[in-house]
Design a protein around this ligand. Structure first.
Ligand SMILES: O=C(O)CCC(=O)C(=O)O
Ligand SMILES: [Fe+2]
Length: 411
């Protein structure tokens, strides 16, 4: 499994004082942060609070993306180790929740401790990993503690803060005023009954029963219900999937390649088209490939942006060497764009206001990204199907050593 470490870090000194917490700088590598960003911007759904988008692990498992849980596995393990050693735990620690969270414009949280509701009492420790940078990617969103040190944390990609979830660490997050603040948040519990792994394993094994290892494209995402992608803000809102592709300059087109007003029965909300086959367009051009649904298309678009530096390097190399690039079929759009309404101004404010993407766009690179995404997904899916029997027999999700994988046949 990929190395998630930024650099070898010494284990933190054990917790002491009245406000046990620690900031671990450079805990995650830049590449790991980017991969998390890819997962979140492809799969995120409306969050549990206003102005928040979230991607929990059960959500991934339930939307055909159980294989995308794999990049989280070594991170969860390292974070649990850090918590156990810093808090000198002489008891078992279980992960209660793992989730990616976007704090968009207007998001904030007032003074609280993380176990401050009767239904949150099981929480013992918190770990928040910062995946992008304050000042560069967003404004606001500073973590502040009421007492003790460090008293405020300005998020830097790769840094992690861990603290007890009780009232020794009362904290707040100041309002995000621009951009999208990305975090990976974990809560830990001492109570086995709240361990998230058994629940996840049930989802994962149910999903894997529905697909054979050899089955083609078993990694295609399956959208949750449309209302889970509705981002509401004041009296308005937009579909997250549609807004994310629009912000990156794409549009959704009919899969038939022809203007087809009959594509939608008059009584249906156009949003239902996001769950059906469609194509991606950009300006006047429409890309040949038919995607299974909008989430599938969105995932490939996000993959293209994640891999943009690698794609650019390949392009330069192929310009020097033999010209064996792929030439995708691009059609001229003939009014095939799907009739989706989107509050563009609002979507731009929420997902795109802070930094504009300066990089040029190349369909050839995009076609290559489609193939690379398929390889990436297929590889993860294969790994998941290999690891699942080990996880099921232990009742927990963990990094399986490659030597163990070779020496023992999974049941
Ligand atoms: O994102 C952060 O810095 C802290 C988040 C927080 O306080 C919470 O989710 O309870
Ligand atoms: Fe909190």
């Amino acid at each position: 499994m990929a190395d998630t470490t930024a650099s070898p870090t010494a284990s933190p000194p054990p917790a002491s004082g009245d406000h046990p917490r620690v900031l671990l700088r450079g805990f995650l590598s830049r590449e790991t942060c980017k991969e998390m960003e890819f997962v979140h911007r492809s799969c995120g759904a409306a969050g549990y609070r206003p102005s928040v988008v979230s991607t929990s692990l059960p959500h991934l498992a339930a939307t055909g993306c159980g294989h995308l849980i794999l990049p989280f596995v070594p991170i969860r393990e390292r974070l649990r180790d850090a918590v156990e050693s810093f808090f000198d735990c002489l008891f078992d620690v279980f992960i209660e929740f793992t989730g990616l969270i976007s704090w968009c414009k207007g998001a904030s949280i007032g003074w609280h401790s993380d176990d401050n509701k009767p239904y949150l009492r099981q929480r013992a420790f918190t770990a928040v990993c910062y995946l992008n940078n304050h000042g560069e990617d967003y404004k606001g969103g500073i973590l502040q503690f009421q007492d003790g040190d460090p008293s405020s944390i300005v998020p830097v990609a790769g840094d992690v803060v861990i603290y007890t979830a009780d009232n020794r660490n009362v904290h707040c997050v100041t309002e995000v005023t621009e951009g999208e603040r990305l975090t990976l948040t974990l809560w830990f519990t001492r109570n086995r009954a709240y361990d998230e792994d058994p629940k996840l394993l049930t989802f994962l094994s149910q999903a894997s029963l529905n697909c054979q290892p050899t089955e083609q494209k078993s990694y295609i995402p399956m959208p949750a219900s449309d209302n889970m992608y509705w981002f509401s803000y004041d009296q308005s809102g937009f579909d997250i999937r549609n807004a994310r592709v629009q912000f990156l300059g794409f549009s959704f087109h009919s899969s038939s390649g022809e203007h087809n007003p009959a594509v939608l029965p008059a009584e249906d909300d156009p949003i239902v088209l996001l769950g059906k086959q469609l194509r991606l367009g950009r300006g006047d051009a429409v890309f040949e490939k038919i995607f299974s649904n909008s989430l599938h298309a969105l995932q490939v678009v996000q993959f293209y942006y994640w891999k943009a530096p690698e794609l650019a390097a390949r392009r330069e190399q192929s310009a020097i060497g033999s010209r064996t690039g792929c030439y995708p079929a691009i059609h001229h759009s003939r009014g095939t764009e799907l009739p989706l309404s989107c509050n563009h101004t609002l979507a731009q404010i929420i997902f795109g206001s802070f930094k504009t993407l300066e990089s040029a766009f190349y369909w050839n690179d995009f076609a290559l990204a489609v193939a690379m995404w398929e390889n990436y997904s297929e590889e993860l899916k294969k790994q998941l199907l290999t690891l699942l029997p080990y996880w099921l027999s232990n009742g927990t999700i963990f990094v399986v050593d490659s030597s163990e994988l070779q020496s023992a046949e999974p049941i």
